[in-house]
Structure formats: C-alpha cells, structure tokens
Design a protein around this ligand. Structure first.
Ligand SMILES: [Zn+2]
Length: 333
C-alpha cells in the first residue's frame, strides 16, 4: 500500500493523519524529476532535480491540532506536487505537527507543542507532545545538514483562537534578520501586521531561527475553525503565495503598509492568584491605554506608563507559562 496512492485517492493527506491505525514506512517516488519522500505519513521532503534557488523551505502546520486551515492548505500543496501540478524549485520540507491533537480536535493533548522546542521537551518528558517536539527538532536538523549552505525560510502556519484587530500577522523571532523580501512575501499574503520579538522563546520558529542561514516566522493566518468549515476566500492570498514561493513564481506584493510592533513584556502566570484586570476576551491587539491596571498577581497590580497592545491573553494557561504578551506599536517610517 503506497502512501502516495492513498493520498491521491483521497485527494488529501488529512484522512490519513486522522486515522490512527494508518502507519506508513518511509517511501519515495520521483515525479517529473522531483523526488518526493514520505519520511512518515506526516513529514514529506521534496528535492528538485535541479535546484534553481539559493533557498530551501520548511512549511509546518498543525503544531496546534485544531488549527485546520493551514493543514488544509499544506495538504492541497502536497496534492499539487503529487499530481505534477506544482514543481518545487528548491528543497522543501513539509511537516504536519500534532497528529494526536488533530484527532482530538484540540490545540494540544498534554502540553502546548509550541512551547517545547529548543530542547524544552526535556523538562516535560511525560507530555505526549514532548516526543513529537524532539522528533521534529531531529528531522529539521537533518534537513539543514543536507541543505546547507542554502538559506532556509521556515513558515510555521497557524490560526488564532480569538478574533484579532489585525486579521493576519507575522511573528518574527529575536534571532531572525528580517529582509525586505520577507516583507514583500507578507504583503503578498495580505498580512496586516508584523511583530518583532525582543526575547527568545521555545517556539518552533524560534528553534529554527537559531540555525545557521535560517529565517523563520510564526504566521497567524486567520481564525480557528473545524476541518471543512474554513472560508477558502480568507486564505486565498496565503495559499497562492505559499505555492508561488515553492514554484519560483514572483510573489505579487499588495500595495499596503504593515503595522509594526515589538514585544515589550511577556506576562507570566506564576501561580493561581493571577487574574486579568482588563477583558482578556477582547480581540488580539486591543489597546491598553497607559496607566491602566492590566493584571494582578500575589496582590500586586501591574500597569505601564505607555500605551500597550495585548496579544494572546489567556489566564487559563498552566502555572509558569506566559498568559499574554504586551506589544508596543512602532511608527511606520
Ligand atoms: Zn497556533
């Protein structure tokens, strides 16, 4: 039973990802000169016969299991490659992240997979996700060994749980050098905002951004919906740009300016006394005027003497994890 035939038959890899009993040994085929390898049913490597670019790509999706739109988009890209309709010009690794959480239609099972990279899985070894984080680190490490000195562009594709004042946005790890080419890619994807992190963390894109010759972003492309319920119009530009990058077509940048932010503070929930004093259910990027009490912990209220914007506020995270990120908006030059 060839995994490639199974994917083609279903016109999607998703039913196989969701089928716990389906396991695939590693397998490869050559399509019109490009080699497609299934390293497992959730990790695919594409190597063109001739490499026409100085880049290579990593697309990851489903690091949070219920963020289905990117999984559908990347599955469709894989189908195009298998059907000889998309020819990669550069080595490409495709990763579908948290399969157990996808099956459970949850963000994660035991522990947020996107907080376990940079070897933080060693601290949470009993979590279902720890093994997966380790596997993904190893797979990417091997891919980079093979693809040096090509420059890696890693796009880790997500959708957000809550609404957002900026519908689509990029998060740039602190180690990443952002180029005008990347900004053009974001404009082609119709992103609205660009956040530069000022501290390192344990996300997947942080992990890859620390590798030599590598650029990485976490991209938030819209809102979380169940499989089959995503509005394809909303993701049209993201999908098109992801395909254009692989096939070497020019990414058609839109005439727009991105809102630029930097992270100014990670809010860490130290213990169960933590509570927000602002409405944490408000959309991402909601404005907190200066001198507003933002949260309280151990009886201490915290406020800032500058306007800030809130991202990913969530007081129900586990103790020791961050419960939100405060942003400062930069003036556009
Ligand atoms: Zn996510």
């Amino acid at each position: 039973m060839s995994i490639f035939n199974e994917i083609r038959k279903r016109e999607s890899v998703i039913p196989l990802l969701l089928d716990e009993s389906f396991e695939s040994p590693s397998e490869s085929i050559t399509i019109n000169g490009q080699k497609v390898e299934a390293l497992s049913k959730s990790i695919f490597k594409i190597t063109p016969q001739v490499i026409n670019k100085e880049e290579c790509f990593l697309y990851s999706c489903g690091i949070h299991g219920n963020e289905t739109a990117p999984i559908e988009i990347v599955s469709d890209i894989l189908i195009k490659i298998l059907n000889n309709k998309l020819h990669c010009q550069a080595p490409t690794l495709i990763i579908f992240g948290n399969l157990e959480a996808m099956r459970a239609q949850k963000r994660f099972i035991d522990f947020n997979l996107n907080r376990l990279f940079n070897k933080d899985y060693e601290k949470h070894i009993d979590a279902t996700e720890a093994k997966r984080a380790q596997e993904l680190e190893e797979v990417v490490f091997n891919f980079r060994e093979e693809t040096q000195p090509l420059t890696l562009l890693h796009l880790d594709l997500h959708t957000a749980i809550k609404g957002s004042k900026h519908k689509r946005f990029a998060i740039c790890p602190v180690a990443n050098t952002q180029t005008s080419e990347h900004i053009n890619i974001f404009k082609a994807m119709n992103l609205d905002a660009n956040i530069k992190k000022t501290t390192s963390s344990n996300t997947f894109s942080d992990f890859t951004s620390n590798m030599k010759n590598s650029h990485s972003y976490t991209l938030e492309l819209g809102k979380v919906m169940p499989f089959g319920e995503n509005n394809h119009e909303d993701f049209f530009d993201s999908r098109k740009t992801l395909e254009d990058l692989l096939s070497g077509n020019e990414c058609k940048s839109k005439e727009k300016e991105l809102f630029n932010y930097i992270t100014s503070k990670k809010i860490v929930k130290e213990n169960d006394t933590f509570k927000y004093l602002v409405d944490e259910n408000d959309d991402n990027f909601f404005l907190i005027p200066k001198n507003t009490d933002i949260y309280e912990q151990d009886g201490q209220k915290v406020r800032y003497d500058k306007d800030t914007y809130m991202l990913f506020a969530n007081s129900s995270v586990k103790r020791g994890q961050w419960a939100g990120i405060l942003l400062e908006r930069l003036e556009n030059l």
